[in-house]
Design a protein around this ligand. Sequence first.
Ligand code: GLC
Length: 448
Amino acid sequence: MQPVTDLISEAYAVLDANDRMDYTQPAAELYPHQWLWDSCFIAIGLRHRNIQRAQQEVLSLLRGQWHNGMLPNIIFSDEDRYERDRNLWRSQVSPLSPTGVSTTGITQPPLLAEAIVRIGELLKPDDRREWYKRVYPALLKYHSWLYRERDPHKEGLVLLIHPWEVGMDNTPPWMAELQDHQLSWWIRSIKQVHGDKLIDLFRRDTRKVPLKERFDTIEVLALFDIERRLRRKNYDIERILDHSMFAIEDVAFNSILVRNNTLLAQIAKSIKEKLPGDLEESMKQSSSAFEQLWDQENGSYYSRDFITHRLLKQPSISSMLALYSGAVPPDRAKVLLKSLAAQAQYASRYPIPTVPLNSEWFRADNYWQGPSWVNINWLIIDGLKRYGFLKEAAKIRELTLNMITNQGCYEYFNPVDGTGIGTPNFSWTAALGIDLMLNPIAVSSNHP
Ligand code: GLC
């Protein structure tokens, strides 16, 4: 691909090409439906050109909301050719699924409040209040659902039941759990007779992107197997947890939740709404419960097994997302900053690698096991800014923009040589590229 001469117009062209009128596809062909966290990031970019269109992106997400408050990670396109995708999940098996749309039965990182506030920032005060009032009931219902269903022991940390929920599908801590405990007998048999090589031929993603840049097929089969088991229980969390397969309190997801709780509280305050007492209680508990994920020995936060409370110590970028939560005490934030600045770990030439360079899991071109992703950089930049680490935030911003300018709006980038990999014309890279470009960071007042 040609280097991008005008990043903003190139990025808007990507968003226009992926525009489906009321929502934006993450990438045409490869990801044809509406995804939850993608649309939040996309709205953050779209707001700079057309605020109504950005609002529409968020409102479209709400049509997928389940009666219990869950926002699904995917709302399926109703085109005939995607019947197979809709049938795989069959959301109608649950009486709680929304009417008139097909969705999955799981969620994705809760960035809705972030998208709502970023849109609100660009509205006049009256319009902003009107906007907040319009979306507040659905937002409140979503956060209440997260605690009610996903924090059954009232610990202040919410659990996830599928790696797709964290949005970093093959991130090492989850893959290690999968390999150790979760492979069904039939997947183990396929592995033994190398049947996965045959199945490779039928994969849709690897028709668009080389196999070495994606999951291996055994892992894909395992993910669909978990999905099938969730569907068989009609996505009923009590039945799922009763016979739990995977239940992980993910550090990245909980970091995002904690920050978005703060934004939810700001929204409520500005429209003079009072948050329900039990939700407020859970939100408070979350900020302190977060400390239980800290591991003094390695100077890092980790995800945790819901049942045993064992920390999952495979290093990954999820640990660094604690900076976005705002819940980390400043001395711990400095420890994380050291890892970000260490050349053996996260300070690659084209940061930020999703797995540290010195980890045995690191693979420069494999999906969430090494490549740098623009959405993760955006979240960490935002966290660093709020801690006052402006110099570091400015550097990551500049290097992120360089990657996009040199290569185009790729899905992810090789953190060592900066090559764009995954699918080209990826929407959140475009949207967040625009947002980073339009928000320079002044470093003169750096007081960490
Ligand atoms: C991949 C990513 C996920 C994203 C989706 C659509 O599955 O891992 O985070 O939401 O694609 O872009």
